[in-house]
Every structure is written in structure tokens, then in C-alpha cells.
Design a protein around this ligand. Structure first.
Ligand code: NDP
Length: 278
């Protein structure tokens, strides 16, 4: 069984990024907008801005109170859009329930959209002309390539259809010539679908849901889920039981998570380049 170590792949990405950064005539600057005090979001934001610092990139957090209105947040995004010293804007999700996430994401300038979630970037991905791609799906593809897992012609099954993970990873796999099935909470006989997968992407947000009876012998399993149970992290896959029967599997922690941040940094460098070319 091959362990797909995201940390190792991320280091490889960073070494390439440092070279790209040295050739840029600007130091990229990213602003992460954090509304409210959700502890998990605070942790994610800290790790994103810390990684910027490690790479010599400017990463800042704009902390706004939970009481921020949608109109106020839209105003902040517009200011960041117009600020030529800002190359990347990331609105940390989830947002408080009184704010419409779709409206906020739509407001972000597509060239500064380092999360790759605006309609323009989503559309470009579907048209095979991607510009800024959602970080977790992009990271999964990098990980599969790094470990030499064949995608072309593989039967890929994605469990989950969110805008941020399920749909874009399905699209990227399709673009890499896989035959893709997307499953969701209304899928009948889920195990029958997952058992057919050469590449199984678990992105459903249910701790240890994918057991050995749902996985084909020798398959590649990518675990996107992140859950904290009794202070220990685990994924959507029951790792201990599934690992012995697969060909390759990504662990939690240390699998997809580090790739997400690496691809965010890559998107920021791409965004800075795109804005310079404009
Ligand atoms: P969402 O909750 O937005 O989406 C979950 C998806 O899984 C939905 O499409 C849902 O179906 C489907 N689903 C839920 N239950 C079942 C079920 N029993 N059977 C089949 N499908 C099901 O989650 P996200 O995509 O945002 O995140 C998924 C997981 O990945 C979470 O644990 C999250 O924390 C983690 N994550 C990790 C990242 C990383 O960097 N490692 C980055 C982003 C997310 P339906 O559409 O029908 O409701």
C-alpha cells in the first residue's frame, strides 16, 4: 500500500513556487477576510497566513465582527478588488447565516479569486480553460500525478457534490480523461458505486463513513474529510480498516490538507502574474 503523503508533495510544490516568486517583479499580497470567530476558521486562516510568511509572501487577515452586514462585506470586497496592491482575496467560509455566500463570492474579482470559486473561474474550468482552480481539487490532481497514479481511462467515483470539492474534482478528473461518477446523499446503493472505483474521492463530510466493504481491492483512495474526534483528526474514510486492502491512500492528517494550502499559494502566485500581464 502506497501512502499518499500530501506534505511531501506540498514541499515539492513550494520548491517550484520559490523559484517562480524569485522571478516575479512584485511580492504577492493576499487578504483573507474572516467574519466572526469560528474557531476552526480561525485555525485555517492562521495556517494560510503563516504559510505566506514562510514563503516571503504578504498574507494578511481582515477580521470582521459577526455582526457585519452583507452590504458592509460587499463594500469591503469592492475595496479589495480596487486595491492594486492586493493580488489575492479569500473569504473564509462558512460565513454567518445572515450573509449570502453566493453573492459575496460573486463580487470577488475573478483575477484575485485565489479560491477559484467565482462564476468566471468555475465556468472556465468547465470549458477546459481553467485560470484559478479550487485549491483542494487542484491539490488532489497534483498528488495523483506526483505518485504516478494513472488517471486517464480510470474509473473515478467522487462522493460529494459541493462547489468547493466534489464538483470541481469531478470536472478535473474528467478533463484528465477519467470516467467519472458523482455520488451524493440521494445516491441509491452507494457502496455499489464506490466499489467500482479505481480512484475513489471521499468528500462527504461524514467521519469514517467509507469502510472496507465500500472499496475495491487495490483502489486509490483520496480522503478529503476532516473531523476532530476526541481531539484526534480523522477523515471520511475508516483508514485503519480500509488501508490494508487498497493500492494507495491519503491519510488524515497529512494528506489532502497540506495540498490545499500549497495550491492556495500557487493560485496566489498565478493571480499576481495574471494581474501583471493585464
Ligand atoms: P459539503 O457538506 O458542502 O458537501 C458534502 C457532500 O457530501 C454533499 O454533496 C452531500 O450530498 C454529500 N453527502 C453527505 N452525506 C452523504 C452520504 N451519506 N452519502 C453520499 N453523499 C453524501 O462538504 P464539503 O465538500 O465542503 O467538505 C467535505 C469534507 O471535506 C468535510 O469534512 C470538510 O471539512 C472537508 N474539507 C477538507 C478540505 C481539505 O483541505 N482537506 C477542504 C474542504 C473541505 P448532497 O449534495 O445531496 O447534500
Amino acid at each position: 500500500m502506497k501512502l499518499l503523503e500530501g506534505k511531501k508533495v506540498a514541499e515539492f510544490i513550494y520548491s517550484k513556487l520559490l523559484l517562480e516568486l524569485s522571478l516575479l517583479s512584485v511580492v504577492p499580497r493576499m487578504v483573507v477576510v474572516l467574519v466572526g470567530k469560528d474557531p476552526a476558521s480561525q485555525t485555517y486562516v492562521r495556517s494560510k497566513t503563516k504559510k505566506c510568511m514562510d514563503l516571503g509572501i504578504r498574507g494578511e487577515t481582515m477580521e470582521l465582527p459577526d455582526s457585519t452586514s452583507e452590504a458592509e462585506l460587499l463594500g469591503k470586497i469592492r475595496e479589495l478588488n480596487e486595491d492594486k496592491t492586493v493580488h489575492g482575496i479569500l473569504v473564509q467560509l462558512p460565513l454567518p447565516s445572515h450573509i449570502n455566500k453566493t453573492r459575496i463570492v460573486r463580487e470577488i474579482h475573478s483575477l484575485k479569486d485565489v479560491d477559484g470559486l467565482t462564476p468566471e473561474n468555475t465556468g472556465r474550468l468547465w470549458q477546459g480553460d481553467a485560470q484559478l482552480v479550487p485549491c483542494t481539487p487542484a491539490g488532489i490532481i497534483e498528488m495523483l500525478k506526483f505518485y504516478g497514479i494513472p488517471i486517464e481511462g480510470a474509473r473515478a467515483v467522487v462522493v460529494g457534490r459541493s462547489e468547493i470539492v466534489g464538483k470541481p474534482i469531478a470536472n478535473l478528473l474528467l478533463g484528465h480523461q477519467a470516467t467519472v461518477t458523482i455520488c451524493h446523499s440521494k445516491t441509491h446503493h452507494l457502496a455499489e458505486e464506490t466499489k467500482r472505483a479505481d480512484i475513489l474521492i471521499a468528500a462527504m463530510g461524514k467521519a469514517k463513513f467509507i469502510g472496507p466493504e465500500m472499496v475495491r481491492d487495490g483502489a486509490t483512495v483520496i480522503d478529503v474529510g476532516i473531523h476532530r474526534i476526541n481531539d484526534k483528526l480523522c477523515g471520511d474514510v475508516d483508514f485503519e480498516k480500509v488501508a490494508p486492502k487498497v493500492g494507495a491512500i491519503s491519510p488524515v492528517p497529512g494528506g489532502v490538507g497540506p495540498m490545499t494550502i500549497a495550491m492556495l499559494m500557487k493560485n496566489l502566485v498565478t493571480a499576481a502574474k495574471l494581474q501583471q500581464e493585464k
